[in-house]
Design a protein around this ligand. Sequence first.
Ligand code: C5P
Length: 412
Amino acid sequence: MDKLPRPVRILLGVSGGIAAYKSPDLVRRLRERGAEVQVVMTAGAARFITALTLQAVSGQPVRDALWDEAAEAAMGHIELARWADAVLVAPATADFLARLAHGHADDLLSTLCLATSAPLFVAPAMNHQMWANPATASNMALLKDRGVTILGPGEGDQACGETGPGRMLEPDQLAELTLSRLSAERVLSGQRVVVSAGPTREHLDPVRFISNRSSGKMGYAVAQAARDAGATVILVSGPVGIDPPAGVEFVAVESAQQMYDAVHRALVAADIYIGAAAVADYQAPAVAAQKIKKSAEKMQLELVGAPDILVSVAALTSGRPFVVGFAAETENVEENARAKLTRKRVDMIAANRVGDGLAFDCDDNSLLVLWAGGREEIASCGKPELARRLVALIAKVRGSRRRTGAVAAVHG
Ligand code: C5P
């Protein structure tokens, strides 16, 4: 784990499976590795293990009810969701995983899983037939796609007397996997990252503007992934219909010029700039003060070039960050993106194919990431997972550049 100024905080969720008898040991294994552990158990878990046991080993009162007035007064459930650096549900029963996959919030643990922005780990534990059931398999695929880390299950003798996959991994293994994964994920610890996202609006007059279909989902997912990787993040965004991730500094803008100004202000002492916004290429030379009247059958709109934010950041001569651009292409993706990498003198380009319902305003996407001397494809998955992999790749390529002492502007 990167040196946090305090111990890493694990919210351990215990759901109602026989493997819950191993939960006290898991608490101890996490604590002996320096973690602070707060246990939340479901009603089902309470049939297998007592809150008192878990309280004794965690050193914290165990939470089990959403409607507990005294506990809510001490630390409300949203506060608890924010407190955690990671949520680990072990054992995670088939029923709990189904409820998690479908966004239920009918008890404290499922509500916390929905309310937290911390990375989520689950350790499935169930009979092997239940694990093999297509319903469970599709719930697992859904969770994986949303960026949930699935630990196990292991294979072997089961409490029901049968043999097969479905055993919860051993506590020691779970503690090690969770904490090392957390540390591997904090690849941008201490870094300052500026992300631009969403569309811009280029006003023509007080009621009309030109814009595009960008939903902001990709850029917001990138900002969240950078935050989860330990970075301090400033998100500069055009108008979108989604909420900014918690824990990032948010700057709302409308036009390309406003985004340009906000990005350059945010860039002071930044280490990385990720331009995920769909910035307008053209803008009106001046915004008409009054609504433009309909006066003829035809009208011609005169537009002038908007500032290219990405190019301007890549051209900075002092305090230049590592610069990552996006390229939305309808054809010859690799060729066009490679040309953009060189022409815009950026360090990395994340390219995707758009059109025919691809990429824009949808939840899944795939990326072809290019940099001088390298390429990597990230196969289609949910945008949070895609963003997590992109952020890991940015950290890796930037790290190797710094180690080899290559200068940022390696092109041309
Ligand atoms: O040239 P193209 O618009 O395809 O390049 C896309 C990349 O350039 C994206 O990273 C986008 O954020 C950035 N861009 C910009 N300013 C513009 C146009 C594009 O920063 N005016």
